[in-house]
Design a protein around this ligand. Structure first.
Ligand SMILES: CC(=O)N[C@H]1[C@@H](O[C@@H]2[C@H](O)[C@H](O)[C@@H](O)[C@H](O)[C@H]2O)O[C@H](CO)[C@@H](O)[C@@H]1O
Ligand SMILES: [Zn+2]
Length: 322
């Protein structure tokens, strides 16, 4: 890639939908500010459940056409976020969705869970050396909630960060590149607790509870003690874009105001603020960073919105912000 934008963010995710659920507002914010936002998704989500009854035929145990359908859902979600650079690791279909931990699909030869980490990381090194991001975001070692593809996405991403910088590694994949800052997705426990408190208050007030059940707080991926959170970029103005992107993943997610549910029909808070833990590189100052690019001496946003913060296509008071 030539003439790269000044600020470049790379996100590594397991399935189509994870990017919107975990980082949708962050992606919309930085895309609106003129940064290059690149998403690499490791599988097509072929083994997912299907929420809309009319699409049930897509499921792996019927037409096995869900992967192709979710490619389209991801493209629609990226349009909502203003993200134009999204790729599949090794090309669409190179690695198949492994199913939930312990499922028989974990044993399939070309599922992502059984991938050789170095081989998969080499595909990501090629992207890193092309895009040359200053910041990378992925899951913690538990993959947020223990899904095998999430755990493997973490392993492949962290291995690729190392290999991309190695001068002796595969120069055919491009010039070495050191990513300055690596973050893992997380949610401060106090924010998760407040989100579920809102849900209980709504139910107690007789509001129609959006979904039949309520998830457990620890079902929220990546909940950590507040003090472990090191960055909270100002993403709340982009919650509407996040909600729209999540809705685009219609086989996997249903959004209702402040809340959403996956195919398990358990309500979870839809967070407007998104949080991160810096695990590699230097923080941009004391306390929580309010910008993932802080401390890198890069030009700021290409423009600022009327609120003096970052404005842009995705900005606007979200219909529901937790
Ligand atoms: C958010 C996420 O990672 N979704 C994955 C997950 O989907 C869950 C799975 O089907 C589970 O059985 C359901 O109870 C839950 O509601 C789903 O979110 O695992 C799928 C299979 O690997 C994957 O396709 C989906 O993207
Ligand atoms: Zn996932």
């Amino acid at each position: 890639m030539t003439d790269l934008p000044g600020r470049r963010l790379l996100l590594v995710h397991a399935h189509p939908d994870d990017e919107s659920i975990n980082n949708g507002a962050t992606m919309a914010k930085y895309a609106a500010e003129g940064a290059l936002v690149t998403l690499v998704t490791c599988t097509l989500g072929e083994e997912g459940e299907v929420i809309p009854p009319g699409l049930a035929h897509l499921a792996a145990d019927r037409d096995d056409a869900l992967g192709g359908h979710r490619v389209g859902e991801l493209a629609a979600a990226m349009k909502e976020l203003g993200v134009t650079d999204h790729r599949f690791l090794g090309g669409a279909g190179r690695y198949r969705d492994s199913g939930m931990m312990g499922a028989p699909q974990n044993e399939r030869p070309h599922c992502f869970w059984r991938a050789d980490v170095d081989e998969a990381a080499a595909y990501l090194v090629e992207v890193i050396r092309e895009v040359r991001p200053q910041v990378l975001v992925t899951y913690d070692p538990h993959g947020g909630y223990g899904h095998p593809d999430h755990v493997q996405a973490h392993r492949v991403a962290m291995r690729a960060v190392e290999l991309a910088a190695e001068k002796a590694f595969r120069r055919d994949l491009g010039e070495p590149h050191e990513i300055a800052k690596v973050y893992w997705n997380c949610v401060p426990r106090s924010v998760a607790e407040e989100g579920f408190a809102r849900l209980r208050e709504a139910a107690a007030a007789g509001a129609a509870v959006p979904f039949p059940g309520v998830a457990a707080l620890d079902d929220v991926p990546g909940v950590v003690p507040d003090e472990e959170v090191t960055a909270a970029p100002r993403t709340a103005p982009y919650v509407a874009a996040k909600a729209a992107a999540m809705r685009a993943h219609a086989t996997q997610v249903v959004v209702d105001g402040h809340f959403f549910a996956l195919s398990n029909e358990l309500s979870q808070p839809l967070f407007a603020d998104e949080f991160y833990r810096l695990v590699r590189g230097r923080a941009g100052g004391p306390g929580r960073e309010d910008d993932l690019f802080a401390g890198l001496g890069l030009p700021g946003p290409d423009f600022t919105g009327p609120d003096g913060g970052a404005g842009g296509a995705g900005a606007g008071a979200g219909e529901g912000a937790c």
